[in-house]
Structure formats: structure tokens, C-alpha cells
Write a protein that binds this ligand. Structure first.
Ligand code: SME
Length: 150
């Protein structure tokens, strides 16, 4: 984990903890992540609504995928498996639901409390294989912080 990521983790988790309500907490998290990491092209949060994921706060181009069933997409897979998924090349992953032609790689991190998936952080990058262990560590910490606010 680089110094930059350590600092960003502290900044984002503090902002989430201090936000006045859950929506503000999620908005501040996506804004700070987008601003803090150059290779994060699209940063959003999906929330569970029954059996579907519904798009909440995001920064980036509008996505056509505002509702995703759990058996669809990389987003659905991460929620079903209750595990972070990193895809180095989205175009070679048959699960991938495209938002932007420029997207090359993606990370999806479940937001969980007591083993229940409440939602997830979804980040797209225009850089191939943009996500590694440091991103996973950062985003899982942010997901845990958000989970305490939902
Ligand atoms: N690519 C996602 C869909 C959401 S967009 O990236 C915002 C997926 O395959 O589930």
C-alpha cells in the first residue's frame, strides 16, 4: 500500500464517518475516490433492493445499468459470491455489462454487514489491469466504513 493510498483511506473513511447521513457518506466516498486516484474513471455505489442492485451515488458518465439482477454482470457476481472481483480485461469476461466503450478493467467490492450484502462499490478504469492488491485493501476498508452508515 503506497503512502498515497494510506492517506486516501484515512481521508475517505473519516469523511464517511462524519457525513450527516448515509447518502452524504456515499456521495463523499465516491467523490473522494474519483478525485484521489487517476486511474479510477467511473466510481459508483450500488445498493441492494430486494433481489436487485440499484445504482446510487456515482461520479462519471451516466450508466445504462441502473438496476442489475444478481445473476447478471460482474456486479451481480460480486454480490452473489460476497467477494471482491477484479477483472483485468473486461472485454474477455463474458459476465461483463458494458457502460462505456473505453472501459478496460473493473473492480467490484461488496459492502457487507454481518455476512449480508448491503451493496457494493463498483469502479471502472480506462487502463487495462488497473486494479491490484492496494486497490482491494483501500476499497474493502471504504466498504466497511460505508457499511456502518447504512
Ligand atoms: N460493468 C458492470 C455494470 C455496471 S457499469 O460498470 C457502471 C457489470 O458488468 O456488472
Amino acid at each position: 500500500m503506497t503512502e498515497t493510498y494510506g492517506h486516501l483511506m484515512e481521508t475517505v473513511t473519516l469523511a464517511v464517518a462524519r457525513a450527516r447521513d448515509p447518502t452524504a457518506a456515499m456521495q463523499q466516498a465516491v467523490a473522494a475516490l474519483k478525485a484521489g486516484v487517476p486511474h479510477y474513471t467511473w466510481v459508483g455505489i450500488y445498493l441492494m433492493d430486494g433481489d436487485e442492485l440499484v445504482l446510487g451515488p456515482f461520479v462519471g458518465k451516466p450508466s445504462p445499468h441502473t438496476r442489475i439482477e444478481l445473476n447478471r454482470g460482474i456486479c451481480g457476481a460480486a454480490a452473489s459470491q460476497k467477494a471482491t472481483i477484479i477483472v483485468d480485461d473486461v472485454n474477455s469476461d463474458p459476465r461483463y455489462l458494458a457502460c462505456s466503450l473505453e472501459t478496460k478493467s473493473e473492480i467490484v467490492v461488496p459492502i457487507m454487514r454481518d455476512g449480508t450484502v448491503l451493496g457494493e462499490i463498483d469502479i471502472d478504469s480506462d487502463t487495462p489491469a488497473a486494479f491490484g492488491a492496494a486497490d482491494r485493501t483501500l476499497l474493502e476498508a471504504v466498504a466497511n466504513a460505508i457499511a456502518t452508515r447504512l
